[in-house]
Design a protein around this ligand. Structure first.
Ligand code: SAM
Ligand code: SF4
Ligand code: SF4
Length: 369
């Protein structure tokens, strides 16, 4: 008898169905977790697919033609995403970032953006609506994204040198097209644009100064990200991390900079400005300087699982509630219970080497950055 094959995709990461409390109180726009951290920022992954194969995120050997991505029926629909987002906003979320996989591969993404941009905070304010993209489709889509109501955009770009960039994206994609995407986004007013560069020691660290030089004075803010031990497929090693302190030293030597005070609680980047007044850069030190203390971010996966930390190995299956016979009030109450029980602070624990093992950790392309 032929064996029955159960597709793995739907059961990729452990998730429990959230408990719906019997006593329900309406959201008040502020939720604290066990460490008193509010819920302010929601990152929504709209696809687990990508046209790049960056080695630190979706290494080609793992994400090849045999890899089973999520079936379409698993994905949250736009209506489900917006319903969930509305409940998070009622609990105090002010910023929504769309991510992936590559979010611009999700069909009709601008329709979702238009739906989300109509949401309002409990004070009647519009949300800060943003998106992170690899930039490959940006030149074509920038205007439609802006017209749909997107406020800002972050473009990931790991090198200026074409050969290094093609190697990093492992899809032979030329850097010129991403630069054209950034220019198109700037021309539509989707700014200030952030450009994120993941620095891998020995792979692209010689691009730090050329990247800084290129974006200095351009209006775009370049941010250097420490290569992180997310997921379980990228073969992460500490000796491939270049500490932000060293990145800052290298930039400062070529183009003098000075620190700027952080402007928002929960902001991940440490900011530096050029002494000649021609703009700023940021460094995100997820490995060498844990910033869990004010982490106010929740992440909703492509298939509707809620994760409370980038390094979580257990999600909360919100889709089960969204597709069940629960009212908005019940789902909002379930979300409140989840956040109020949150204790995650992986990066701090990593620093003290008490972090949980990485075996079943979520992958970045599934949960977004
Ligand atoms: N595909 C889009 C992109 O690349 O911008 C959005 C999704 S991607 C997972 C979001 C961000 O995560 C990107 O800026 C990427 O560079 C970053 N990222 C992925 N894996 C990483 C890792 N191991 N360490 C640090 N950043 C990582
Ligand atoms: Fe794709 Fe972004 Fe991951 Fe690179 S970092 S493989 S572009 S999802
Ligand atoms: Fe937030 Fe988890 Fe990152 Fe700490 S490790 S900053 S809790 S996502």
């Amino acid at each position: 008898m032929a064996e029955k094959v159960i597709p793995l995709a739907d059961h990729r990461y452990a998730a429990s169905v959230p408990r719906v409390p019997s006593m329900i109180s309406a959201p008040v726009g502020l939720l604290g977790d066990t460490l008193g951290r509010p819920l302010r920022d929601l990152r929504i992954s709209v696809t687990d697919r990508c046209n790049f194969r960056c080695g630190y995120c979706m290494p080609k050997e793992v994400f090849d033609k045999h890899y089973s991505f999520l079936p379409h029926s698993s994905l949250l629909s736009f209506e489900e995403i917006v319903r969930a987002a509305r409940l998070f906003v009622a609990h105090g979320v002010r910023k929504i970032r769309l991510t992936g996989g590559e979010p611009l591969l999700r069909k009709n993404i601008e329709i979702l953006i238009a739906m989300l941009s109509a949401l309002r905070t409990p004070d009647g304010e519009p949300l800060d609506l943003t998106l992170t993209t690899n930039g490959s489709l940006l030149e074509r889509k920038a205007q439609a994204l802006k017209d749909a109501g997107l406020n800002r955009i972050t473009v990931s770009l790991d090198a200026l040198d074409d050969a290094i960039f093609r190697r990093m994206n492992d899809a032979d994609f030329p850097v010129a097209e991403v630069l054209a995407g950034i220019a198109a986004a700037q021309a539509t007013g989707l700014g200030p644009i952030k450009v994120n560069m993941v620095v891998k020691h020995g792979t692209n660290d010689d691009q730090i100064v050329p990247m800084a030089r290129h974006f200095k004075g351009s209006g775009a803010v370049l941010r250097f990200i420490e290569y992180m031990d997310v997921g379980a497929t990228n073969g992460w090693r500490m000796d491939e991390v270049l500490a932000s302190a060293q990145v800052v030293a290298r930039v400062n030597e070529a183009l003098p900079i000075e620190p700027v005070a952080a402007n928002l609680l929960g902001e991940t980047a440490e900011r530096w400005r050029y002494k000649d007044g021609s703009g700023e850069i940021g460094v995100i030190s997820s490995v060498t300087k844990a910033f869990c203390g004010d982490c106010n971010r929740a992440r909703l996966s492509t298939e509707g699982k809620l994760f409370l930390c980038l390094f979580a190995n257990q999600g909360h299956d919100l889709r089960a509630l969204l597709r069940g016979s629960y009212s908005d009030a019940q789902i909002a109450a379930a979300i409140a219970l989840i956040w109020q029980g949150r204790e995650d602070r992986y990066s701090e624990l990593r620093a003290s080497s008490a972090a949980p093992s990485g075996e079943r950790r979520i992958e970045m392309h599934y949960i977004g950055g």
